[in-house]
Ligand binder design. Structure first.
Ligand SMILES: NC(=O)c1ccc[n+]([C@@H]2O[C@H](COP(=O)([O-])OP(=O)(O)OC[C@H]3O[C@@H](n4cnc5c(N)ncnc54)[C@H](OP(=O)(O)O)[C@@H]3O)[C@@H](O)[C@H]2O)c1
Length: 261
Protein backbone atom coordinates (compact mmCIF):
# COMPACT_ATOMS: atom_id res chain seq x y z
CA UNK A 1 0.00 0.00 0.00
CA UNK A 2 1.39 3.40 -0.96
CA UNK A 3 1.36 5.72 2.04
CA UNK A 4 -0.19 9.15 1.60
CA UNK A 5 2.09 12.12 1.11
CA UNK A 6 2.46 13.84 4.45
CA UNK A 7 3.35 17.47 5.09
CA UNK A 8 6.97 17.79 6.09
CA UNK A 9 8.80 20.53 7.94
CA UNK A 10 10.42 22.86 5.41
CA UNK A 11 13.88 24.23 5.66
CA UNK A 12 16.01 21.23 6.67
CA UNK A 13 18.46 22.19 3.91
CA UNK A 14 18.01 25.96 3.95
CA UNK A 15 21.11 27.73 2.67
CA UNK A 16 22.66 24.61 1.17
CA UNK A 17 24.08 24.37 -2.34
CA UNK A 18 23.63 20.81 -3.61
CA UNK A 19 24.83 18.97 -6.69
CA UNK A 20 22.84 15.88 -7.70
CA UNK A 21 24.30 13.75 -10.47
CA UNK A 22 22.05 11.81 -12.84
CA UNK A 23 19.20 14.21 -12.14
CA UNK A 24 17.59 13.47 -15.51
CA UNK A 25 16.94 9.89 -14.35
CA UNK A 26 14.25 8.45 -12.10
CA UNK A 27 15.90 8.42 -8.67
CA UNK A 28 17.93 11.55 -9.40
CA UNK A 29 14.72 13.46 -10.00
CA UNK A 30 13.31 12.24 -6.69
CA UNK A 31 16.45 13.33 -4.86
CA UNK A 32 16.67 16.72 -6.56
CA UNK A 33 13.01 17.50 -5.88
CA UNK A 34 13.27 16.56 -2.21
CA UNK A 35 16.38 18.74 -1.85
CA UNK A 36 14.46 21.60 -3.46
CA UNK A 37 11.44 21.09 -1.19
CA UNK A 38 13.73 21.27 1.85
CA UNK A 39 15.27 24.57 0.86
CA UNK A 40 18.47 23.73 -1.02
CA UNK A 41 19.58 25.41 -4.22
CA UNK A 42 20.13 22.50 -6.59
CA UNK A 43 22.57 22.00 -9.45
CA UNK A 44 21.15 19.20 -11.56
CA UNK A 45 23.63 17.15 -13.51
CA UNK A 46 22.77 15.13 -16.62
CA UNK A 47 24.71 13.59 -19.48
CA UNK A 48 22.19 12.99 -22.32
CA UNK A 49 18.82 13.54 -20.60
CA UNK A 50 18.84 17.31 -20.90
CA UNK A 51 15.08 17.67 -21.41
CA UNK A 52 14.32 15.47 -18.41
CA UNK A 53 16.78 17.39 -16.23
CA UNK A 54 15.24 20.69 -17.34
CA UNK A 55 11.80 19.35 -16.43
CA UNK A 56 13.13 18.40 -12.99
CA UNK A 57 14.59 21.89 -12.68
CA UNK A 58 11.20 23.36 -13.58
CA UNK A 59 9.49 21.30 -10.88
CA UNK A 60 12.21 22.19 -8.36
CA UNK A 61 11.69 25.85 -9.28
CA UNK A 62 7.96 25.44 -8.57
CA UNK A 63 9.01 24.24 -5.10
CA UNK A 64 10.87 27.53 -4.67
CA UNK A 65 14.41 26.36 -5.39
CA UNK A 66 17.11 28.05 -7.39
CA UNK A 67 18.38 25.56 -9.99
CA UNK A 68 20.87 25.11 -12.79
CA UNK A 69 21.31 22.22 -15.24
CA UNK A 70 24.90 21.11 -15.93
CA UNK A 71 26.06 18.48 -18.42
CA UNK A 72 29.00 16.09 -18.11
CA UNK A 73 30.09 12.57 -18.99
CA UNK A 74 31.28 11.35 -15.62
CA UNK A 75 33.52 8.64 -17.05
CA UNK A 76 35.87 11.53 -17.87
CA UNK A 77 37.80 12.69 -14.80
CA UNK A 78 38.32 16.19 -16.15
CA UNK A 79 34.59 16.46 -16.79
CA UNK A 80 33.92 15.48 -13.15
CA UNK A 81 36.23 18.25 -11.95
CA UNK A 82 34.67 20.75 -14.34
CA UNK A 83 31.16 19.79 -13.22
CA UNK A 84 31.97 20.32 -9.54
CA UNK A 85 33.73 23.61 -10.30
CA UNK A 86 30.75 24.88 -12.32
CA UNK A 87 28.33 23.91 -9.56
CA UNK A 88 30.45 25.66 -6.92
CA UNK A 89 30.83 28.80 -9.07
CA UNK A 90 27.08 28.84 -9.53
CA UNK A 91 26.79 28.47 -5.73
CA UNK A 92 28.92 31.58 -5.17
CA UNK A 93 32.01 29.53 -4.34
CA UNK A 94 30.17 27.11 -2.07
CA UNK A 95 29.07 23.51 -2.44
CA UNK A 96 27.65 21.97 0.72
CA UNK A 97 26.16 18.69 -0.53
CA UNK A 98 26.99 16.26 -3.31
CA UNK A 99 24.83 13.26 -4.18
CA UNK A 100 26.63 10.80 -6.44
CA UNK A 101 23.57 9.20 -7.99
CA UNK A 102 24.47 8.71 -11.69
CA UNK A 103 25.08 5.11 -12.62
CA UNK A 104 24.39 2.30 -15.07
CA UNK A 105 22.73 -1.04 -14.37
CA UNK A 106 23.29 -3.35 -17.36
CA UNK A 107 22.87 -7.11 -17.10
CA UNK A 108 25.27 -9.76 -18.44
CA UNK A 109 26.12 -13.27 -17.30
CA UNK A 110 29.74 -13.59 -16.18
CA UNK A 111 30.77 -16.14 -18.85
CA UNK A 112 29.68 -13.72 -21.61
CA UNK A 113 30.85 -10.51 -19.95
CA UNK A 114 33.64 -8.69 -21.77
CA UNK A 115 36.38 -6.72 -20.05
CA UNK A 116 35.00 -3.64 -21.79
CA UNK A 117 31.55 -4.18 -20.28
CA UNK A 118 33.10 -4.67 -16.84
CA UNK A 119 35.16 -1.49 -17.23
CA UNK A 120 32.19 0.59 -18.38
CA UNK A 121 30.30 -0.23 -15.19
CA UNK A 122 33.30 0.36 -12.96
CA UNK A 123 34.21 3.63 -14.71
CA UNK A 124 30.65 4.95 -14.52
CA UNK A 125 29.62 3.70 -11.09
CA UNK A 126 32.89 3.82 -9.14
CA UNK A 127 35.56 6.00 -10.76
CA UNK A 128 33.10 8.87 -11.25
CA UNK A 129 32.24 8.71 -7.54
CA UNK A 130 35.93 8.89 -6.63
CA UNK A 131 36.54 11.84 -9.00
CA UNK A 132 33.45 13.87 -8.10
CA UNK A 133 34.01 13.34 -4.37
CA UNK A 134 37.64 14.37 -4.54
CA UNK A 135 36.75 17.50 -6.50
CA UNK A 136 33.89 18.34 -4.11
CA UNK A 137 36.11 17.85 -1.06
CA UNK A 138 38.46 20.51 -2.42
CA UNK A 139 35.57 22.97 -2.29
CA UNK A 140 34.04 21.70 0.96
CA UNK A 141 37.27 21.64 2.98
CA UNK A 142 36.81 25.31 3.97
CA UNK A 143 33.33 24.98 5.48
CA UNK A 144 32.54 21.24 5.58
CA UNK A 145 29.75 19.47 3.75
CA UNK A 146 28.24 16.11 2.97
CA UNK A 147 28.67 13.55 0.21
CA UNK A 148 26.15 10.76 -0.34
CA UNK A 149 26.70 7.96 -2.81
CA UNK A 150 23.74 5.98 -4.15
CA UNK A 151 24.82 2.36 -3.76
CA UNK A 152 22.38 -0.58 -3.77
CA UNK A 153 21.33 -3.52 -1.64
CA UNK A 154 23.14 -5.50 -4.34
CA UNK A 155 26.37 -4.27 -2.76
CA UNK A 156 25.89 -7.05 -0.22
CA UNK A 157 23.37 -9.35 -1.96
CA UNK A 158 24.32 -9.94 -5.59
CA UNK A 159 21.69 -10.65 -8.22
CA UNK A 160 22.33 -12.95 -11.21
CA UNK A 161 23.87 -11.28 -14.28
CA UNK A 162 24.90 -8.31 -12.17
CA UNK A 163 28.45 -9.18 -11.06
CA UNK A 164 29.89 -5.94 -12.45
CA UNK A 165 27.07 -3.90 -10.94
CA UNK A 166 27.17 -5.58 -7.52
CA UNK A 167 30.94 -5.26 -7.36
CA UNK A 168 30.72 -1.60 -8.33
CA UNK A 169 28.19 -0.87 -5.60
CA UNK A 170 30.24 -2.72 -2.97
CA UNK A 171 33.18 -0.56 -4.03
CA UNK A 172 31.11 2.57 -3.61
CA UNK A 173 30.15 1.56 -0.06
CA UNK A 174 33.80 1.00 0.83
CA UNK A 175 34.83 4.23 -0.86
CA UNK A 176 32.37 6.09 1.35
CA UNK A 177 33.70 4.48 4.52
CA UNK A 178 37.29 5.24 3.51
CA UNK A 179 36.38 8.79 2.56
CA UNK A 180 34.54 9.22 5.88
CA UNK A 181 37.80 8.40 7.67
CA UNK A 182 39.97 10.69 5.60
CA UNK A 183 37.64 13.64 5.08
CA UNK A 184 36.06 13.60 8.56
CA UNK A 185 38.73 15.88 10.03
CA UNK A 186 37.79 18.44 7.35
CA UNK A 187 34.15 18.39 8.45
CA UNK A 188 33.07 16.43 5.39
CA UNK A 189 30.69 13.53 6.04
CA UNK A 190 30.45 10.71 3.50
CA UNK A 191 27.67 8.11 3.53
CA UNK A 192 25.82 5.79 1.19
CA UNK A 193 22.15 5.12 0.59
CA UNK A 194 21.40 1.58 -0.59
CA UNK A 195 18.04 1.40 -2.31
CA UNK A 196 16.08 -1.71 -3.04
CA UNK A 197 13.91 -1.95 -6.15
CA UNK A 198 12.58 1.50 -7.06
CA UNK A 199 9.56 2.02 -9.28
CA UNK A 200 10.05 3.52 -12.72
CA UNK A 201 7.75 3.95 -15.70
CA UNK A 202 7.21 0.63 -17.51
CA UNK A 203 8.96 -1.56 -14.92
CA UNK A 204 5.89 -3.69 -14.19
CA UNK A 205 5.40 -4.43 -17.91
CA UNK A 206 9.09 -5.12 -18.51
CA UNK A 207 9.62 -7.33 -15.45
CA UNK A 208 6.25 -8.46 -14.05
CA UNK A 209 7.67 -11.53 -12.32
CA UNK A 210 10.43 -9.57 -10.59
CA UNK A 211 8.03 -6.91 -9.38
CA UNK A 212 5.65 -9.56 -8.04
CA UNK A 213 8.45 -11.36 -6.21
CA UNK A 214 9.69 -8.10 -4.78
CA UNK A 215 6.27 -7.19 -3.41
CA UNK A 216 5.96 -10.62 -1.81
CA UNK A 217 9.42 -10.35 -0.24
CA UNK A 218 9.05 -6.80 1.05
CA UNK A 219 7.63 -6.52 4.57
CA UNK A 220 6.26 -3.11 3.55
CA UNK A 221 4.67 -4.69 0.47
CA UNK A 222 5.65 -2.19 -2.18
CA UNK A 223 8.43 -0.95 -4.42
CA UNK A 224 10.37 2.15 -3.47
CA UNK A 225 9.52 5.54 -4.89
CA UNK A 226 12.26 7.94 -6.04
CA UNK A 227 11.22 10.30 -3.25
CA UNK A 228 11.85 7.58 -0.64
CA UNK A 229 15.49 7.65 -1.72
CA UNK A 230 15.36 11.46 -1.78
CA UNK A 231 14.14 11.53 1.82
CA UNK A 232 17.10 9.42 2.96
CA UNK A 233 19.51 11.71 1.09
CA UNK A 234 17.91 14.81 2.64
CA UNK A 235 18.41 13.33 6.10
CA UNK A 236 22.07 12.55 5.44
CA UNK A 237 22.74 16.04 4.04
CA UNK A 238 20.89 17.78 6.88
CA UNK A 239 22.01 18.88 10.35
CA UNK A 240 19.98 15.93 11.70
CA UNK A 241 22.85 13.73 10.47
CA UNK A 242 25.68 15.92 11.72
CA UNK A 243 27.21 12.98 13.65
CA UNK A 244 26.59 10.38 10.93
CA UNK A 245 29.43 9.45 8.61
CA UNK A 246 30.70 6.23 7.04
CA UNK A 247 27.17 4.80 7.26
CA UNK A 248 25.22 2.79 4.70
CA UNK A 249 21.52 3.61 4.99
CA UNK A 250 19.46 0.76 3.50
CA UNK A 251 16.14 1.94 2.05
CA UNK A 252 14.41 -1.18 0.76
CA UNK A 253 11.02 -1.65 2.41
CA UNK A 254 12.58 -4.26 4.69
CA UNK A 255 13.63 -6.79 2.04
CA UNK A 256 17.17 -7.08 3.47
CA UNK A 257 15.72 -7.88 6.88
CA UNK A 258 14.19 -11.10 5.57
CA UNK A 259 16.09 -14.31 6.19
CA UNK A 260 17.28 -16.12 3.09
CA UNK A 261 16.66 -19.69 4.29
N1 LIG B 1 16.28 1.81 -9.94
C1 LIG B 1 16.55 1.02 -8.93
O1 LIG B 1 15.73 0.15 -8.56
C2 LIG B 1 17.86 1.16 -8.20
C3 LIG B 1 18.09 0.36 -7.08
C4 LIG B 1 19.29 0.50 -6.38
C5 LIG B 1 20.21 1.46 -6.77
N2 LIG B 1 19.97 2.23 -7.88
C6 LIG B 1 20.97 3.24 -8.24
O2 LIG B 1 20.36 4.50 -8.26
C7 LIG B 1 21.01 5.36 -9.21
C8 LIG B 1 19.98 5.96 -10.14
O3 LIG B 1 19.30 4.92 -10.81
P1 LIG B 1 17.98 5.12 -11.68
O4 LIG B 1 17.17 3.90 -11.53
O5 LIG B 1 17.38 6.44 -11.43
O6 LIG B 1 18.62 5.07 -13.15
P2 LIG B 1 18.43 6.00 -14.42
O7 LIG B 1 17.03 6.49 -14.51
O8 LIG B 1 18.99 5.25 -15.56
O9 LIG B 1 19.36 7.26 -14.07
C9 LIG B 1 20.75 7.12 -14.02
C10 LIG B 1 21.38 8.35 -14.62
O10 LIG B 1 22.80 8.17 -14.62
C11 LIG B 1 23.31 8.93 -15.67
N3 LIG B 1 24.54 8.38 -16.24
C12 LIG B 1 24.77 7.12 -16.70
N4 LIG B 1 26.01 7.05 -17.21
C13 LIG B 1 26.57 8.27 -17.08
C14 LIG B 1 27.81 8.84 -17.42
N5 LIG B 1 28.78 8.14 -18.04
N6 LIG B 1 28.04 10.14 -17.13
C15 LIG B 1 27.09 10.87 -16.53
N7 LIG B 1 25.89 10.41 -16.18
C16 LIG B 1 25.63 9.12 -16.46
C17 LIG B 1 22.26 8.96 -16.77
O11 LIG B 1 22.29 10.27 -17.29
P3 LIG B 1 21.69 10.66 -18.74
O12 LIG B 1 20.35 9.99 -18.81
O13 LIG B 1 21.61 12.14 -18.66
O14 LIG B 1 22.64 10.14 -19.78
C18 LIG B 1 20.96 8.59 -16.05
O15 LIG B 1 19.99 9.60 -16.12
C19 LIG B 1 22.05 4.48 -9.90
O16 LIG B 1 23.31 4.69 -9.31
C20 LIG B 1 21.55 3.07 -9.65
O17 LIG B 1 22.57 2.13 -9.68
C21 LIG B 1 18.82 2.09 -8.60
Amino acid sequence: MTPPEHPRPPGLLDGQIALVTGAGGGIGRGIALRFAEHGAAVALHCRTSVAAARETARQAGDAGARTVVLQADLTDEDACRRLVREAAEWGGGRLTALVNNAGVQPTRALPEMTAGEWREVVDTNVSSVFSCTRAAAEVMREQGGSVTHIASIEASRPAPDHAHYSASKAAVVMHARSAALEYGPLGIRVNTVSPGLVHREGLEDAWPDGVRRWREAAPLGRLGRPQDIGDACVFLASPLASWVTGHDLVVDGGVSARSTW
